[in-house]
Design a protein around this ligand. Structure first.
Ligand code: ASP
Length: 522
């Protein structure tokens, strides 16, 4: 996803209207046609000599070289009619998406020239309508027409063409005043200053100064080779209601159901609603779940909400459970269109149960774990790397899942393909509650694990990692075990001046002993 290095990059510039090309008619600014001809006359937008040498058609222009050995060639597609963007609706934005879809194979990237008044709405809608983008799509516009002496049209359009021509940023973006924003994060904040847009909750994806700085860590990754999908069935019947102090409950339609939008802009929220409600074939629960998910980078979920979605609440989880039920002879629950024999369903069930159980155990999804157990599934089956659901629950630090699995009688000390036990995984994750449960059920570190512990203990002592040392101690490790150079954790902590660790280790030596407590009984 770095700078694209092909000698020629081809863009489609879709000109929808807006101030950029506006002309004055009887003192009133109206969208002006013939933008390609205007650009052709400006040397910063067109290298006539190169175009003639390549035999480029009339509607196709070429930028002068920005970097050696690369040219950005662009074709201007002028919409009929041209719009003042305040007259545009979802219908026109879906048409823009369909235009991009029709030409998707022929071009390396797309620039949409749009009026600023509704550009944030347009960018939000396009971000939901266009799924699985592998190419850059940039909306841009201007506050002052390109014909004016002092204007922002030229630098905005040139910047957008250069960004789309030189970089693969597979998102719907908005370029304005040297900044490239994620399209569904922006809002228009000024109608007079050139800096018309801001992205209140996400820094720009890129900034053009003397150099171009791209914040690659923010740029969304393309999903493999997934095909572009254009979702044209957007619900039009959506609205915005602003909350204010003292708003009557009836107006807030209390009871209609509220799904948090976190830090979404109102433009993105409206577009998302339109997309989710217009998506055919979903239940109300599916729609609620989609609304709560970050679909196109439009919102930042708080850390707690980023946990894995519950398998039981997802359509996938329910579908799989239904599928698994088939092999239990409950053919009446067979979903419409499913035509699996019992043997086929059994084979699928056997293949899916270990991974499903591990995923549920890791996420602490007791409902799914319980459902799998109730189906008669063996909850000690190993997944692809030899890990059992107990390994997964220990790694995920899920005491509830550990307790449920132990109550179902699974082996407390299984080893995966690398010889790791659930107890060791819990120690590495510092999951003290899980360590306690496993020890109480009789889990022990192996001789090899105990032998290897010395070096790890010294490393923890050097970093003053008291919690790590306590976890090992709780799991039964001998904290006086020497590291690879023969020194104990205590010596290392003393040398490093880690007093808290020194005190902890000395107390163990003097009182409870450096040797951990033995396993108790459950
Ligand atoms: N009214 C114009 C439009 O949105 C304003 C602009 O382009 O800045 O089309």
């Amino acid at each position: 996803m770095a700078r694209a290095l092909e000698p020629q990059r081809r863009l489609l510039a879709v000109y929808t209207g807006g101030t950029i090309g506006m002309r004055s008619e009887q003192g009133v600014l109206v969208p002006g046609s013939g933008l390609a001809a205007v650009l052709r006359s400006l040397p910063m937008f067109h290298d006539e000599e190169y175009a003639r040498a390549c035999g480029l058609p009339e509607d196709t222009l070429v930028l002068p070289p920005a970097i050696p050995d690369q040219r950005v060639i662009y074709t201007v597609l002028e919409c009929q009619p041209l719009f003042d963007s305040s007259d545009m609706t979802i219908t026109e934005w879906v048409q823009i998406a369909q235009t991009i879809e029709r030409h998707y194979g022929q071009y390396d990237g797309f620039v949409v020239i749009h009026g600023t008044d509704t550009m944030a709405f347009a960018a939000s809608v396009l971000s939901f309508v266009l799924e699985n983008l592998q190419k850059t799509v940039i909306l841009t516009g201007a506050q002052v027409p390109i014909h004016a002496l002092w204007n922002d049209s030229r630098e905005n359009l040139l910047g957008a063409l250069l960004m789309a021509g030189q970089y693969v940023i597979p998102e719907v973006c908005l370029f304005f005043q040297n900044q490239l924003f994620r399209g569904n994060r922006v809002t228009k904040v000024d109608s007079r200053r050139f800096a018309a847009f801001c992205s209140p909750h996400l820094p720009p994806l890129a900034v053009m100064g003397t150099d171009v700085t791209i914040n690659w860590e923010l740029v969304r990754k393309a999903r493999g080779k997934a095909q572009l999908v254009v979702h044209s069935s957007m619900e039009r019947d959506v609205g915005l209601l602003r909350l204010y102090p003292g708003i009557p409950a009836a107006l807030a339609m209390a009871g209609a159901g509220i799904v948090s939008g976190f830090d979404m802009t109102s433009e993105a929220a409206l577009a998302k609603l339109s997309y989710v409600l217009g998506h055919p074939g979903l239940t109300p629960d599916d729609r609620k779940e989609l609304l709560a998910r970050d679909l196109r980078g439009e919102m930042t979920l708080p850390t707690g909400a980023e946990r894995r979605p519950s398998l039981s609440s997802s359509a996938l989880g329910r579908g799989l459970t239904q599928l698994l039920t088939l092999s239990q002879g409950q053919t009446s629950q067979r979903p419409q269109g499913a035509a699996l024999s019992t043997q086929e369903a059994d084979a699928i069930r056997e293949a899916l149960v270990p991974s499903l159980a591990c995923a549920a155990a890791h996420a602490g999804d007791l409902e799914v774990l319980q459902a799998l157990g109730d189906l008669g599934s063996d909850l000690s089956l190993e997944s692809f790397n030899g890990q059992t659901p107990l390994h997964a629950a220990a790694r995920g630090g899920q005491p509830g899942a550990v307790t449920m699995l132990l109550r179902r009688g699974v082996d407390v000390d299984p080893r995966d393909e690398d010889g790791l036990s659930p107890l060791l995984l819990a120690v590495k994750g510092r999951h003290r509650g899980v360590i306690e449960l496993l020890r109480a059920a009789g889990a022990c570190l192996s001789l090899q694990e105990l032998e290897d512990a010395g070096t790890e203990l010294c490393r923890l002592a050097a970093r003053a990692d008291l919690e790590g040392l306590q976890s090992w101690w709780q799991a039964g490790a001998d904290l006086s075990s020497p590291g690879y150079d023969g020194r104990s954790a205590l010596l290392v902590a003393e040398a490093a001046g880690n007093l808290e660790v020194v005190t902890f280790l000395q107390n163990l030596k003097g009182g409870a002993g450096v040797q951990a407590p033995g396993p108790a009984t459950l």
